[in-house]
Design a protein around this ligand. Structure first.
Ligand code: PPS
Length: 303
């Protein structure tokens, strides 16, 4: 299944045809979730792979064996991608860890009444768009991204693959008010205080860890460990699909890397689109909170 030049449009959103078909997208909407499932949800480039690693490590009490021997797309397959059903059948997981980039409104019917635990990861959209831009240069299943200005315009207009960042974040975070089985965590929280973040995730999954296990989770989910882990750094993907000469999947792993690419004008325009598109979102994000100002309580929740 190459289909590198194919784009699937589904419910008005575009998806790379290399990984998605109309059937696979349709099946995702009818997916029979089990109450024991863990669903990782994110807009692309928001920390998906990092969360897959943390969840896998928590489920294995810090033991890195699975992380180091099973590719992330097998141990936490993307629900909407064509191989998902095959993977779930061939490699029974306990618990099942499933990943998705789909927007909330499309998955709502399938999740209705389910007690599956949902973890939503968001990230500063300026860092998302920069990470996404670099990724599109290396992933041959995306069209050439062209100039950063064009790519940014598409992102702000909601024309990117996987749809609008604004709709995605608003759709899923709105659910935090009503769904007790949904945890929203940001890439920034994970980066500024990984210990606190892993504690928070393990508490949410009701899989408490002793200090040694928690430290092992931290060690093996660090950027440097993951950059060298072939099970997550995309180097297993053939050069026909991903041009590794054009960059690394584990690229920078930084907060505020957008500053390397945005001009002042682009930043101002971004801010103005952001305030207008997010005015109906009551959520306060922690993107720019300095480390020394972040405090954790005993349960691992940020105060
Ligand atoms: S994807 O393609 O949607 O699955 O990408 P995703 O995994 O969501 O995002 C990739 C970015 O996450 C960074 N990353 C990390 N940052 C810090 N620590 C760890 N452990 C980590 N793992 C992945 C990765 O480097 C990409 O961000 P950028 O800014 O491009 O470096």
């Amino acid at each position: 299944m190459a289909r590198l030049d194919v784009t699937e449009t589904f419910h008005g959103i575009t998806f790379p045809g290399h990984l998605h078909t109309q059937d696979s997208l349709q099946s995702a909407l009818r997916f029979p979730f089990q109450d024991t499932d863990i669903l990782i949800v994110s807009y692309p480039k928001s920390g998906t792979t990092w969360m897959q690693e943390i969840v896998t490590l928590i489920c294995n009490r810090g033991d890195p064996h699975v992380c180091q021997t099973v590719p992330n797309w097998t141990r936490a397959p993307w629900l909407e991608q064509h191989y998902c059903a095959m993977v779930l059948e061939k490699y029974p997981l306990n618990p099942r860890v499933i990943t998705t980039h789909l927007p909330q409104h499309l998955l709502e019917p399938a999740l209705q009444g389910s007690k599956a635990k949902v973890i939503y990861v968001s990230r500063n959209p300026k860092d998302v768009v920069v990470s996404y831009y670099h990724f599109c240069k290396m992933a041959k299943f995306f069209p050439d991204p062209g100039s950063f200005q064009d790519f940014l315009n598409q992102f702000l207009d909601g024309r990117s693959y996987y749809g609008s960042w604004f709709d995605h974040v608003k759709g899923w975070t709105r659910q935090t008010e009503t769904m007790s089985n949904l945890l929203h965590i940001t890439y920034e929280e994970m980066s500024l205080d990984p210990h606190c973040a892993v504690e928070k995730i393990s508490a949410f999954l009701q899989r408490p860890l002793v200090e040694e296990e928690l430290n092992s989770c931290l060690k093996h989910s660090s950027f440097s460990s993951m950059k060298n882990n072939t099970m997550v750094n995309c180097t297993l993907i053939s050069p026909e699909i991903m041009d590794h000469s054009k960059g690394c999947f584990m690229r920078k792993g930084e907060l505020g890397n957008w500053k390397s690419l945005f001009t002042d004008e682009q930043n101002q325009h971004f801010e103005s689109v952001f305030s207008s598109r997010m005015q109906d979102c009551s959520l306060k994000f922690v993107w720019d909170v300095p480390h020394e100002n972040r405090i954790c309580n005993k349960e691992g929740n940020p105060n």
